[in-house]
Structure formats: C-alpha cells, structure tokens
Design a protein around this ligand. Structure first.
Ligand code: DAH
Length: 344
C-alpha cells in the first residue's frame, strides 16, 4: 500500500505541473485532496493495515497531504496571476466603450429656494443666524410676549417633548431673541439677520399646510427703524425674488410679538389671480407675516425700546416655491416621491 501511495503522490505532483487554468485546478483538487480524492481515501484506509504498519503509513500520508496542499496553493496563485494577465491582455475590459451614465442627485426644491432667499437677503446686508429646532417654551412663546395661558398660543398648535417646557419650535421667531442676545451685545449693537429653518405644528395636514415646513425669519434692530423701512425692504426683496411684475399687498394683522403687525400677499400665479383652492379663492397668497418688533420683545432681547426699534418678518419658503413652480399641493415636499423631486 505504501508503494501505491508513493506512486499516487508522484503522479499528483506531475499532473499539477500541467495545470493551466482554474477549472483544471479544481478538477485536480477533487481528484487528490477532495472528500473522495486518492490521498483522502488512502488516509482513511490506514485502519486496514496490520497494526505495526499503521503508524508509519499514517505519518507518511499526512506529510504527503501537507506537501500536496502547499503545492496546490502555490499553483493556485500562479494560475490566478496568469489568468489575470491573460484577461488584461485579451482586453476583456474594453476601455473604449462609452461610460454608463451615473444618475446625479439634486437639491431639494425647498433647499434651492432657501438658498435663493438667503442670497437675496445677503445682498441686502442680512447675515444668516442659526437657532435650534428644539426650543423651550420660554423662547418659543413667553419671551415673544405670549405668556402661559395667553389665548394667542392657540395660533400655534404645538408638538411637546416628554420634558416639560421643551418643545419643537412652531416658528423661527424664538431665534429673534437668541440673535438679539448674542449679536446685540446687551442692547448696544444693531442687528440684521435672517434665520432659516424647519418648524413643526401639530396640525391637520392639507394641500396648504403641513406638520413640518421651513420658515425664514428676519430681524432688523437699530435706531430710527420705521414701518416704511419694513415695507420698502420687503417690497425690494419680492422684486428681487419674483421680478418687478409681481404684485404685492400688505394687510393689517395681529401677532403678539409685533405692533403693528401685517401680512404680505402676492397675487397667486397658480390661478393668475382668478381664485383657486391654494389661494382659497381670493387670488392672493400669503407669503409672510411681519411687523414692528414689540417693545416687550425688544426688552427681552436686551434693548431699551425707547431708544431702539426694529422690524421682523417670517417668510414661508414652501409657499414661495409653490408660487414659483406652480405646485398645487404642499404635501409633495416631504413625500419623497422621485417623480416630484426629479423635476427640480
Ligand atoms: N412667527 C409667525 C408665524 O409663524 C410669523 C411671523 C409674523 C414672524 C410676524 C415675524 C413677524 O417675525 O414679525 O406665524
């Protein structure tokens, strides 16, 4: 049996020398080292030998098995290199073929509008100031002249967190207080900022309103800032954003943090002013609330309201995007439907 084993060993080594590709390599492995391979079977037959011959035979089989495994591994590497070289040489990768197009992502329509808006305000001397989405009740309401239990709180249905007094901001207005504190230097410096960001309201979702949406807050504090400055600045912004043709209207309104307060409408391009569901059949679409900063709010921001004054506004960029692109339903914005998103 030992002679037979030695012959098989020699034959295996001999055959391995002629193995040129991975198919032949596999076949060789199956024949000698596989579960039913010659060497494996030989090892298994050790028990049939007379007891005194078993130890030597067993040792030899193991040695042969190790040697063949090593030889196999070496050959395998050589074959791999060889096949790779051949593949490159034969040009299985045709570098002259035109590339496959890669689909590029794009900016969300709201992001595009936010950037347009920020760029226009930057041209007009307003810097961007960031404030947090998660706010305290104090900043979101009380410091904005809306004390606890004030009926005006009903204007903002609120998502509360499980921490008492902590909520998702219902508007970007709390950032006004933060900006005055940080940039106003104790009521000694003027401030001109915009504050873009996401807001959250616990509301019925419809074609006109979502539970989350962006706002761009604006705040200017200085000496001798007047209502005419507010109207002129908003009108100039609208001219730069929509072009000179767009009609604009200021309507008296109420907000606790401004006095007087107004809302800004543009004529609805969705229906050309004729009336449609998006403009509630008025022909006008509200794009902003604004007003002169209430003395209490100025005081809460660290300013002496007898010397300082200011205006503020809150723009709705989704409403503006709907105007610019003729989008009929605000729910498209966060539905993540590529058929919508890919149009921008
Ligand atoms: N924060 C208001 C809202 O979400 C919008 C607003 C109105 C902002 C008047 C202002 C402002 O800064 O002066 O309904």
């Amino acid at each position: 049996m030992l002679e037979e084993l030695e012959a098989t060993y020699a034959q295996a080594l001999d055959e391995l020398k002629d193995v040129r590709d991975s198919a032949a390599l596999k076949e060789w492995e199956r024949r000698y080292l596989g579960k039913k391979g010659a060497i494996t079977l030989a090892a298994r037959s050790t028990g049939q030998l007379p007891p005194e011959a078993r130890a030597d035979f067993g040792k030899r089989v193991n040695t042969i098995k190790n040697e063949l495994s090593a030889a196999f591994a070496e050959r395998e590497e050589a074959v791999r290199q060889h096949e790779l070289a051949r593949m490159l040489e034969e040009g299985e990768i045709d570098v002259t073929l035109p590339g496959r197009p890669v689909a590029l992502g794009g900016l969300h329509p709201s992001t595009q509008t936010l950037r347009r808006i920020a760029a226009i305000w930057a041209e007009m001397g307003f810097q961007v100031y960031s404030s947090p989405d998660v706010e305290t009740d104090d900043y979101n309401f009380t410091l904005l002249n809306i004390p606890p239990h004030h009926p005006a709180r009903d204007m903002w249905d609120t998502f509360h967190t499980t921490t008492p007094g902590v909520l998702l901001r219902t508007h970007t207005s709390p950032g006004q207080i933060r900006a005055m504190h940080e940039l106003g230097a104790g009521g000694t410096q003027p401030v001109r900022v915009i504050l873009p960001g996401m807001c959250y309201r616990y509301e019925q979702i419809s074609a006109r309103s979502e539970i989350q949406f962006n706002q761009v807050e604006g705040l200017a504090v200085g000496r001798n800032i007047r209502l005419t400055d507010l109207k002129g600045t908003i009108a100039e912004f609208a001219r730069r954003l929509f072009g000179p043709e767009k009609r604009l209207r200021f309507r008296g309104s109420y907000f606790p943090f401004t006095e007087p307060s107004m809302e800004v409408d543009v004529d609805c391009i969705l229906c050309g002013g004729k009336g449609c569901p998006v403009c509630k059949y008025t022909g006008w679409l509200e794009i902003a609330g604004c007003g002169m900063v209430h003395p209490v709010v100025l005081e809460n921001g660290g300013y002496d309201p007898t010397e300082w004054s200011g205006f503020a506004f809150g723009l709705g960029p989704e409403r503006i995007t709907m105007q610019m692109h003729g989008i009929q339903d605000i729910r498209y914005f966060w539905a993540n439907d590529l058929r919508f998103l890919e149009q921008f």
